[in-house]
Design a protein around this ligand. Structure first.
Ligand code: MG
Length: 369
């Protein structure tokens, strides 16, 4: 993309074409050039293959079998991180194909719809000038949102600044709107985080998200036990295995898998079962395009505890412009689409304007140069 935005400057979109003319759409909120390479790379050996080569000629309806095949045949370079992000995008596209093939929405394939719409919470990156956040928060409440989360930007660096921002936001929305904060790992460690968290008690927070560095699981467990606010995390984790380790070692109150990174709809279903076995609430992360929003809403519609969905308030054009029929916020809720598959119509003009061609020739070098 040529423009810059406060967040979400790019998006990785996959379109899978079947031989009978169906097109499945998927996304990963990750690094596009890396993921494109993971799909297009020529294979090195049996456990180091490109996803395109793994999938060509296969039956796209064999979603679970293909998930395992992709996982196993990339295991030398994958199992976590970017490869699982790429598999997530493919997996979402395969569910879209299956829904279109059978003429039903994805939630039908997941077992049926438990709700027609889902309560949304709104996320925004706070403005640097604290008082400007009063207006941002008020606008989101006017849109019907009853829970707001803020994080990123300059938040989490200077405690006094954070406190001032929170004061403006709380005073703006009043006592009945819930507030959450996202520290994006910025508090240093358990003692520091405990001190900072206690300073925010007066704002009656719904949760504190990713307060300390990602791999400090012992510190996060201590924090969760020491403070009276719910602790959440997990948007950067991929696979059931990583979530299982995270849940067992940190005892979070809320886990936040991103359906475009954790392994797609297929792996999200397994992670949901993990959450229910550990009294964890699952509130998916979602701060990208309408593809992510559609996939997340189809999944949440199908599970008993799928009552809350994240709704991006990003100013990036990608947040609402990529999908022509972007799911709108209606009285603070997202309506679940009943169209086949994910029900997405992409805005082709938008893609022409912002699309970037990245070519990987795939040629092997004949020698050192
Ligand atoms: Mg977050």
């Amino acid at each position: 993309m040529g423009d810059t935005a406060e967040w979400g400057d790019d998006a990785f979109i996959v379109r899978i074409h079947t031989d009978n003319g169906l097109i499945g759409i998927g996304e990963s909120d990750s690094c596009p050039a890396v993921l494109k390479a993971i799909i297009e790379t020529p294979s090195s050996h049996s456990t180091c293959k490109g996803l395109r080569e793994i999938l060509l000629g296969e039956n796209p309806l064999d979603i679970e079998r293909l998930w395992r095949k992709m996982f196993e045949q990339t295991s030398y370079m994958g199992r976590r991180g970017a490869v699982i992000h790429a598999i997530s995008a493919v997996d979402i596209a395969l569910w879209d194909i299956a829904g279109k093939h059978f003429g039903v929405p994805v939630y039908q394939l997941l077992g049926g719809k438990l709700r027609d719409d889902i309560e949304a919470y709104g996320t925004f990156i706070p403005r640097d000038v604290p008082c400007e956040n009063s207006e941002v928060a008020a606008g989101m409440v006017d849109a019907g949102l009853r829970l707001l989360k803020l994080g990123g930007g300059n938040f989490g660096i200077d405690p006094q600044h954070d406190h001032t921002v929170m004061r403006y936001v709380r005073d703006s929305v009043g006592p009945d709107v819930e507030l959450a904060v996202d520290l994006v790992y910025r508090w240093k460690n358990f003692p520091n985080a405990k001190k900072q968290a206690e300073k925010l008690y007066e704002f009656d927070l719904a949760w504190i998200e990713e307060p300390i560095p990602a791999d400090d699981h012992i510190g996060l467990r201590r924090l969760s036990q020491a403070i009276s606010v719910n602790v959440s995390g997990g948007e950067c984790l991929a696979t059931f295995a990583e979530f299982e380790e995270f849940v067992q070692e940190t005892s979070p109150d809320i886990i936040q898998p991103d359906i475009t990174r954790c392994g797609g709809i297929t792996e999200m279903r397994r992670i949901y079962q993990l959450a229910t076995r550990h009294s964890c609430r699952l509130v998916p992360h979602g701060f990208s395009t309408g593809i992510l929003l559609a996939a997340t809403s189809q999944f949440l519609a199908s599970v008993p505890n799928g009552e809350l969905i994240e709704y991006s308030n990003s100013t990036s054009p990608l947040a609402t412009g990529l999908v022509a029929n972007h799911l709108p916020l209606v009285n603070g809720r997202v309506t679940v689409s009943d169209a086949p598959g994910l029900g997405l119509v992409l805005n082709e003009d938008f893609i022409s304007r912002y699309g970037v061609e990245m070519n990987f020739s795939g040629r092997m070098l004949n020698g050192f140069r």
